[in-house]
Ligand binder design. Sequence first.
Ligand code: AMP
Length: 298
Amino acid sequence: MKHVTTFAAAGADAHGTVGLVPTMGFLHEGHLSLLAAARTECDTVVMSLFVNPLQFDRDDDLRRYPRDLERDLRLAAATGADVVFAPEVETMYPEVPLTRVAVATLTDHFEGPHRPGHFDGVATVVAKLFAGLQPDRAYFGRKDAQQLAVVRRMAADLSFPIEVVGAPIVREHDGLALSSRNVFLDGEQRAAALALNRGLAAAAGAVEQGEREASRLVELVDAELMAEPLLEPEYVALASQDTVEPIEVLDRPAFLALAAWAGPTRLIDNVHLDVSDGGFAADRGIRLAHPSVLYEGA
Ligand code: AMP
């Protein structure tokens, strides 16, 4: 596996179908599942590791974002990456970019208003990665469901000939969605954070029993979150998958999404719900059989 820091070097040995897995590093099994999917479907697999300052709405979050390049390189190599592209900020942004990519309407709700500038930063860096690396496919997790919708639309609007692939949420053995930020949770906060998945599971169960009212689904999630004094919920809402607008009734492919603070750490999670054609599907993701490697040496 090659570790490179420039776009030119990243593309040097690419051959056949190129798969890109964009990340901010501090890898966990969620990232590795994207890498594994790319490995089975592509000839050349490139993982980018870049903590993108442009997408952070808070300086303290950027400063304390966990980083461990050596460990990431080991994990990426072991999972079959051909190239890890880990540029310096000065390489990605030789000058403050005067050109930003902004995706309208899909960013009006949920993460958008709570994190001003976040999606412009994401869309801009992903557009730069797409332009600089020219992958055929790019892999993103449904953990960031709104981000996935934003990236898909950006790629279509800007005519990038790239297939954007969405992959299931990977969860800890006890249901907590994997996140690089989980490393900040102390024991009590981590235990409280299990309420996120519990609430989403309860709502998915209610949908399976026939519930379609968004307000009722939100109540079920809220009940779990409110029962945890260590959690401070930010939003819980049912969103249309395509438009990422709030919907009142589950009558199209949707996701039930939430954000909550556990102390100084902000967590997001969601469940994909689809009852179209009278059927029921809830994509609650994949559970690890064992505790994550995230905590090893972290
Ligand atoms: P990040 O490093 O947090 O920017 O995430 C990089 C990519 O990994 C994004 O496409 C995320 O959606 C994805 N990802 C993060 N956590 C998970 C998870 N628990 N399961 C699946 N994908 C994830």
